[in-house]
Design a protein around this ligand. Structure first.
Ligand code: HEM
Length: 104
């Protein structure tokens, strides 16, 4: 059963452009991590100011291994060296119990 880990990041409006620019230049290493299934960066279209970084993994262990890896460190290089653009972040955890895509 897949697991979903979402990092919900609150970004002040005046830093949204910088936040998106960091992701536009992201390392792209997450997709190479064992057990990786999907990534999406979701921009809020309501007034909450919360971006969601959606990731899906084949197991909890696969996610934990990525978080502890040097790939995670490289994926957060700008965050680590230039400081956060967020005012708050929280990790949301889910298990996928049903899934369907559009018919081809
Ligand atoms: C303190 C908490 C965190 C903050 C504020 C944060 C913010 C950011 C930012 C701004 C970037 C763009 C690259 C950079 O700035 O270096 C990034 C990359 C990324 N973040 Fe986070 N992050 C955090 C933790 C997490 C966690 C727990 C996850 C798990 C869902 C996650 C998922 C990702 C992914 C998938 C990327 C792209 C990495 C790649 O392309 O290899 N982040 N994050």
């Amino acid at each position: 059963m897949s697991v979903v880990r979402i990092n919900a990041i609150t970004v002040p409006a005046e830093r949204a452009e910088e936040f998106e620019a960091r992701f536009a230049a992201r390392a792209g290493e997450v997709a190479k991590s064992p057990g990786f299934e999907a990534f999406e960066l979701l921009r809020p279209s309501d007034d909450r100011g919360v971006y969601l970084v959606y990731t899906r993994w084949e197991s909890q262990e696969a996610f934990d291994a990525w978080v502890e890896s040097s790939a995670f460190q490289r994926g957060h290089k700008a965050h680590n060296t230039q400081g956060p653009v967020s005012s708050q972040s929280e990790l949301w955890s889910f298990e996928v119990i049903q899934s369907e895509g559009a018919a081809a």
